[in-house]
Design a protein around this ligand. Sequence first.
Ligand code: NA7
Length: 536
Amino acid sequence: TAATERDVLDVLVIGAGFAGMYAVHAARQAGLEVLCLEAGAGVGGTWYFNRYPGARCDVESIDYSYSFDEDLQNDWVWSERYATQPEILAYINHVAERFDLLRSIRLGTRVATAEWDEAAAVWRVATEAADVHIARHVICATGSLSIPNKPAIPGVDDFEGEVLFTAQWPDTQPSFGGKRVGVVGTGSSGIQSIPLIAQEAAELTVFQRTPNYSVPAFNRKLTEEDQRRIREEYPERRRKSRLSGGGSPYVAYPKTAADCTPEERDAALENGWQTGGVLFGKTFPDQYTDIAANDYAREFAEAKIASIIDDPEVARHLIPRNQPLGAKRICTDSGYFETFNRDNVSLVDLREEPISSIATWGIKTGSASYELDVIVFATGFDALTGALARIDLRGVGGVRIQDVWADGPLTYLGVQVPGFPNLHLVNGPGSPGVLANMVMHAELQVDWILGLIRAADDRGADRVEPRTDVAQKWTAEVGEAAAGTVFVRTDSWYLGSNIEGKPRRFMLYTRGLGTYMSICEEIAASDYEGFVFTSR
Ligand code: NA7
């Protein structure tokens, strides 16, 4: 196809998930000419692709939703404390329609290359269909969990049954009735889908490489009384969330674990457990920084989990024990451990014997064979940097972002990269990202990015980029902050260690969303300290 060139856009957004959709809306509100390119056939990003049974957000629906428009906030009614994927997707589609966003979004359009044109001070962005778009600024809203990890197990292509990936689930729900199903992977996606698949399948075999801590969601329907209270408390809830560590209004117990009496500690942990899910990780303020505090919470969780599982031998395999609680993201489940009490469910511990190959009929470990009709891979993502690395993204002098990031991502504030002028990342490495409520995080970051673009325009500068030294300093700070936490004590996708050959670096800012945004605000107020504005 012949390349077609369009007029110069102010902003080109890559990705129409929560972040990209808000970027489109906010850029339009700021009077900028914006176009968004989205690979999926619909909007929603990760919520478009991850349609597996049981898919839910582990942040409460009333927090994991846009705050930028009060009418939207008050009109939309979430039916459950934790929304299912279909409800989240319905919400995103509603937002797209309500704010007429689709006229600025090209669906089914994957970006292949993005190249900085030094002479013209613009980005040239080409799609896989070789359409070229020219933009002054590019906002990458490419998602943290958007590139599925497909393990290269010998023989994987020989399997004659059905192969499914949770992260690329078919539009029509496959049926498991009467079938022998194997699920590989026990992260959040496995833990959410396993209980539902178990209800339907004739037999379910779970292949677990690393066990995970999972805390019941205590999900429930939201009543009319809840709805009334939510509306009344929303402004205060959002205010608290913006100042918080994780973008939700919850605060830790007012004392460190060490300062509590044993009774107080247990009561705080019980309360944290009943709050449910990933929020249990926030019971004590020092739970992520003091291993002793973490041990209290971990042992409490282990006892709770053990009490759910009937067979102590199965429990021994399902409970992690050797990793700090929350170093891998705590999973939020509805009936996960209970599922292993069913007669049609069995667990294979791959730490004892890894998968050796896949045959036409199923999965082989060293000494055992498992005949299967369906294999579900819930094997995670090339997280945080995977989507950017798949674009041939070239900055000043044709330098590729993969090369600049060969030893791990280098960013200033998680938002800009030296040598890549006018390129902005949302929820990128070096920001709190997935450690916070991504919707609120995206809104705050997009507003900040648009402030930076405005600052450049006000100066008559056609180019803005961070100095290398400030990016190095910020990246070192991100690393130092993480070094003081339990996050670096176990392998995880936060560290890139789930993907072969990826540099092992903790990629997120651990001091919390509120602290992070106050630093960003200070930098904006100091006339964008660390940024260089230039014009041709
Ligand atoms: P995760 O959390 O990365 O989980 C992936 C799981 O798949 C995990 O248990 C992996 O074990 C396992 N895995 C990956 N590759 C293999 C191979 N080759 N063989 C066996 N098992 C394997 O991804 P999710 O999609 O569940 O969740 C991601 C995030 O989405 C989640 O944290 C929420 O924030 C939402 P491993 O631990 O690597 O040993």
